[in-house]
Write a protein that binds this ligand. Structure first.
Ligand SMILES: Nc1nc2c(c(=O)[nH]1)N[C@H]1C(S)=C(S)[C@@H](COP(=O)(O)O)O[C@H]1N2
Ligand SMILES: [Mo]
Length: 324
C-alpha cells in the first residue's frame, strides 16, 4: 500500500510542520516504558484519495438546548480584508490533536466527542467562581457574531464568522481579584472518545493554554460557541473554545473544561513541548520566523491565495498597547 500523504496546496511540506521534537519526546517516552522500537509513521499517513465530504461534515450533530440561540447578530465593527473561507473547507481541515494529527480526518473522529452534559469549572483568583453548565453560560451571557482572520503557526490562514461571548463579559461575571494576572485554560481528557489521547500518549493531555488578564479583557477575545451562524461542530472545539485572532492558532484552545485565574504565568502545552518554537505570547509576527520556516507569508485555506502575513494578524490597532 502506498502511504504517501498528498499535501494540500496551501500547506507547507509535512516534513517542515512535523515537529521533530515530538519524535524526540516520543523516544523519551518509549525509553521510559523500556520499549525499544519507535512507533513509525504516527503522523497520519493517509492515501491521497481523501473521502468525499458531504453535508454531514458541517452539520451540528446533536440538537442542544442552545441550538435555537443561533445565529446571533453580527458586530459590524470587525471587518475583513479578504473573502470568508468556504464553510466546508474550514470544517474539514482542522488541528485538534486530541483526535489525530491528520487535519483532514479530525472532523470525522471528532463526532465521537460527547458535548453534553458539559461544564466549565471556573476557579482561582475570582469572587464568583463555580461550575457552569454550558447551556446556562450561553443563555446568561451575551453572544454575537464576528468575522475574524485566523492564522495557524504552520502558515495557513482562514477567515471565518465566529459566534461567541466577549471574554470581557465573562470576566465581569466572575469578578477577578487584584491578584488575578493570568488565565489558565484546560481542555478535556476523554481517551475513550478522543482516540488521539489514547494512541499518542507522548503528548501531555489534556491540552492546556493561557493568557494574560489584559489579553482576556481585550475587546477582540472571544469565548467562541459557534461558527457560520450555528453552534460549533465538534471539530472546531465544541462546545466552547478560545479565539484570540492576533495570536497563532494554537493559543485558541478548543473544548474547554476549566478556567483558572492565577497570579503566575501558567505553563502551556506547546511551550512545554518545544519552548524554542512556541512562546507563551505567540503573537502573529511576519518578522519572527519559526525556527523551521518563514512567517512572512501565509496561504488561505481552500483558495490557495498567498498573502503577506500582517503584524498581529492585522489587529495591531486593538492590541499594540498590550505589548509596550
Ligand atoms: N484542544 C485543542 N485546541 C486546539 C488545538 C488542538 O490540537 N487541541 N489546535 C490549535 C491549532 S494549532 C489551531 S490552528 C486551531 C485550529 O482551529 P480550527 O480547527 O477550528 O480551524 O485550533 C487550536 N486549538
Ligand atoms: Mo495552528
Amino acid at each position: 500500500m502506498v502511504l504517501i500523504k498528498a499535501p494540500k496546496s496551501w500547506e507547507i511540506s509535512e516534513n517542515l510542520v512535523t515537529p521533530e521534537h515530538i519524535f524526540f519526546n516520543r523516544r523519551k517516552f518509549f525509553k521510559r516504558l523500556g520499549v525499544l522500537g519507535i512507533g513509525a509513521g504516527i503522523l497520519g499517513c493517509i492515501d491521497k484519495n481523501g473521502k468525499q465530504v458531504n453535508a454531514e461534515t458541517i452539520k451540528t450533530l446533536i440538537k442542544t438546548p442552545s441550538s435555537e440561540l443561533f445565529p446571533k447578530p453580527q458586530n459590524t465593527k470587525f471587518v475583513l480584508d479578504r473573502p470568508l473561507t468556504d464553510e466546508k473547507i474550514a470544517a474539514t481541515y482542522n488541528n485538534f490533536y486530541e483526535f489525530t494529527t491528520d487535519k483532514e480526518k479530525v472532523w470525522e473522529l471528532a463526532k465521537n466527542l460527547k458535548t453534553r452534559p458539559w461544564t466549565v469549572e471556573v476557579s482561582g483568583e475570582i469572587r464568583k467562581g463555580g461550575t457552569f453548565g454550558i447551556d446556562d453560560l450561553m443563555k446568561k451571557l451575551p453572544m454575537e457574531e464576528r468575522l475574524y482572520r485566523h492564522r495557524c503557526v504552520e502558515a495557513w490562514a482562514m477567515a471565518v464568522p465566529w459566534t461567541g461571548i466577549p471574554m470581557s463579559e465573562f470576566l465581569k461575571m466572575v469578578e477577578p481579584t487584584e491578584k488575578a494576572k493570568f488565565l489558565k485554560f484546560t481542555g478535556f481528557f476523554k481517551p475513550l472518545e478522543a482516540e488521539g489521547q489514547k494512541n499518542q500518549p507522548w503528548y501531555t493531555w489534556p491540552y492546556y493554554e493561557g493568557m494574560q488578564i489584559e489579553e482576556a479583557n481585550n475587546p477582540l477575545t472571544l469565548l467562541a460557541t459557534g461558527i457560520y451562524g450555528k453552534e460549533l461542530p465538534p471539530q472546531h472545539g465544541s462546545p466552547i473554545r478560545i479565539v484570540t485572532p492576533w495570536k497563532y492558532g494554537f493559543k485558541s484552545i478548543k473544548s474547554i473544561t476549566k478556567i483558572e485565574f492565577v497570579e503566575k504565568q501558567p505553563q502551556t502545552f506547546w511551550n512545554d513541548l518545544a519552548p524554542e518554537e512556541y512562546d507563551f505570547l505567540a503573537n502573529v509576527n511576519p518578522k519572527i520566523p519559526h525556527p523551521r520556516w518563514s512567517q512572512e507569508t501565509e496561504k488561505m485555506l481552500g483558495t490557495d491565495e498567498k498573502r503577506e502575513t500582517l503584524l498581529f494578524n492585522g489587529y495591531e490597532e486593538f492590541v499594540k498597547h498590550l505589548y509596550n
